[in-house]
Design a protein around this ligand. Sequence first.
Ligand SMILES: Cc1ncc(COP(=O)(O)O)c(C=O)c1O
Length: 378
Amino acid sequence: MTTFSSAQKEIPSGMIDLAIGQPSPWLLPAAAMQKASAHCAADPGCVLLAYGAEQGDGHFRLALSGFLEGIYGIPVDPAHLLVTNGASQAIDLICTLFSKAGDTIFVEEPTYFLARKIFADHRLNPVALPMDADGLIVDALEEELKRTRPAFLYTIPTYHNPTSVCLSAARRETLVELSQRHDILVVADEVYHPLSYTSAPPPPLAISCVSAKVISLGSFSKILAPGLRLGWLQAAPAVIERIVQCGLLDSGGGLNPFTSGVVRGAMEVGLVDENLALLKKTYSRRMQAMCAALRSGLPASVRFTEPSGGFFIWLSLPEGRDTLEILPKAKERNIEFMPGPKFSSRQGLKNCLRLSFAYYDTPDLLKGIERLVAVIGD
Ligand SMILES: Cc1ncc(COP(=O)(O)O)c(C=O)c1O
């Protein structure tokens, strides 16, 4: 039967799906986007409807640099920004241009499960590096570099998906130093950096995109709306130049010129800042309520750390528990989560699972935790 669904994922009625890492429908800024797009399309000389500059519209990059300076607290040169169709597309493009099938890449264990799929599309061989509460263990990276030269390292330094941990400031310095010493490309997926709830995270790895071979990825998916398919990468001029000259941009011109025009208007009138403030307040409240419910409901043998930003809570059940086996029982009780092995490059993390607080409001999150606690306790 033909279906005409417009959403990427359909949620069965009655199910509370805590695997979903995307904003609640009511948090999508429909009215603001309508206003901004009407404003943009009303311009009779709308160059945004033509093929755009390969690097992305200059006015948009200027507005984006100002927005990022406010968040990062460091200068951001618009010449170092390139517009993408979102971080997923940027990862895919980096694989195309900076690796070839059969290459080894370094990833974190755990890592973003859908980046794993993009790496598999490109037939890359991931080597998993361990993490702890301070993020990627850079000593392990240094050891691995003695044996292997990767095409690049893919890391999520701030509010990691799925663990929510932040790479410490000291480790960021060591990582950059290692990247310089070994001439290694670092792909820093920093899409969650703007979503801080308690203290500010350390400066993004974007700060080192000129002094080291760092490409930083950002996205409006997490701070405005994923359907915009709009993101950016920040890199040194030589890297930008390489990307600008690729076949994709030569054929189609810059990515998403019209949408970037709409979002530029939204940035200039403060709608993006306003939306980000609302998201931070909303997510922070939900996260605290969810953590309190987990603390009071779960046995002490289940460990988790309260996140200071991002979308996720990462639970570690006692060794020997298998979240892949628990999942079907959970679904029977109308509760779903993302099992740990999805994020593993070595079929590990069986006793772990990821919960998201981005989609549901607090009452549903609490109902979901009640069901989860019952399932885990079985
Ligand atoms: C770490 C990470 N990178 C990239 C993405 C996808 O971003 P985009 O929508 O910009 O492609 C996600 C979305 O879940 C993510 O968690």
